[in-house]
Write a protein that binds this ligand. Sequence first.
Ligand code: PHE
Length: 547
Amino acid sequence: MSLLPRQRYVSIRRRNPIRSDETPRNVGFESERLTARRTHTGTMRLPETQLALLEAASATETKTVTQLAEELGEDPAAVTRAAFELEAEGLLAVEEHVAETVTLTEEGKRYRIEGLPELRLRTAAVEAGADDEPAEMGQLIGAAELDGPEVDIALSNFARKGYGDIDGGAVTLAADPKHDPAADPEAEALDSIADGETGYLDSGILDRLDSRGLVERTETTVRSVTLSEEGVTALMEGVEAAETVGAITPELLTSGEWEDVEFAEYNVEADAETDYGGKEHILRRTANRVKDVLVGMGFQEMEGPHADADFWINDCLFMPQDHPARTHWDRFELDVPPMDELPEGLVDRVEDAHRNGVGPDGDGYHSPWDEEFARAVALRGHTTSLSMRYLSGHAVGELEPPQRYFSVRKVYRNDTLDPTHLLEFFQIEGWVMAEELSVRDLMGTFTEFYEQFGITDLEFKPHYNPYTEPSFELFGKHPETGELIEIGNSGIFREEVLSPLGVECDVMAWGLALERLLMLMYGFEDIRDVHGTLCDLDLLRNVEVVY
Ligand code: PHE
């Protein structure tokens, strides 16, 4: 008895004379691409493998490629290749079958040895005399040694096959079951499959075994060849082996033999498997370019926590504590202890700015200000929290103008997902500290920055931020849709922000979205194409680097 799977032919289709290209046949380069040639005396010459295959093939008996490969002691892929080359020459006919291989699963193998659960139940019932009197189900289950899920399997299949009735825990055997339990078709099919005799299996039984998880079916393409009339004629006329050289060697060169040998042709058009190596994500690549550009413009990089005190994220920015953006709807508040280490004096000055304002005509918000609320920790909604840490002197000590700082880091917002919004994105934060700054400096900086990415049609729109005055939103035109999309927000920090921080000169600042910059550079329309589980792998693999 053989346990080798045997193939069942489920469909046979003749190959088209014109090749369909569903499966790569010539993988990579190919040293036996050489097809029939003739010597000067008119004798046909074929590469060795092709000749061997031609001689092994028969005009009367169809042989599979696997069979022939074994016979020739050749790699099946090489034989397949040779077969197609010979077919192209009209010397051979290649036929393809989709064959199904059926094998037993572990569970199927076990039932072959132990018996199908429903048959074991039936045997126990026979032994308990259930053909006369109903037998108690629990007792039969015990006697049949059915365990765990096997119990349900036994009961449902027993009933399905009409071996008897199960009623309120009592089992009665049917006087006249649908089929002889000694010749249960499913049990017999398991045996046939194990013996590799699947050719004549009933497809309904096979489907049933499949749905019971007892068999596994796999489809493979089987190719077989027959010699054509032309093939027979060619063999009768005589074919010579053409020895071909696949690669030039130092020996060939020094011996001068290279002048006489026949070189194999490389088929550069052959289908080859695409090999996707690792690649830097365009988002990461663009982030690195942004860094390079900003460093080139004289900026230094800021670093700081993703989870930070609201104090740095909002209070320092003169964001009133009852501002809608500070409600739990918009923040990702973290269930962690509040932040203790905040600079004392700064906390007092920020509180004072909120309550009373800054300067002789400053008014503040007159709204409640709660230190505990300021110390609560959340994921940063912008990296302006880092700018606050740096401008206050807390990060790297007091800074003397002029200064330029940036960061390209993740920020987190409780937004609704749509083509231009995610719950997290990369923000290009930046600021310039100098004695005299104006809106022209801000615009000039953006123009210079975006030009490096080929974006030259920036538009500015007046905007409102609690922390900057004036403020501007930046827009760029989408290369595909022509739509204006918002790419950033900017402004010049107010006194109410700078005075508590102890900064006495001007500071212009911005937060730009890296993903939006990418959309303008690469033209995709949905941010989710490059981010997250729905991302477009083809786009990520094939997108060309824009410089
Ligand atoms: N924090 C702003 C945002 O996230 C960007 C910004 C930073 C605006 C600094 C002005 C000044 O949209």
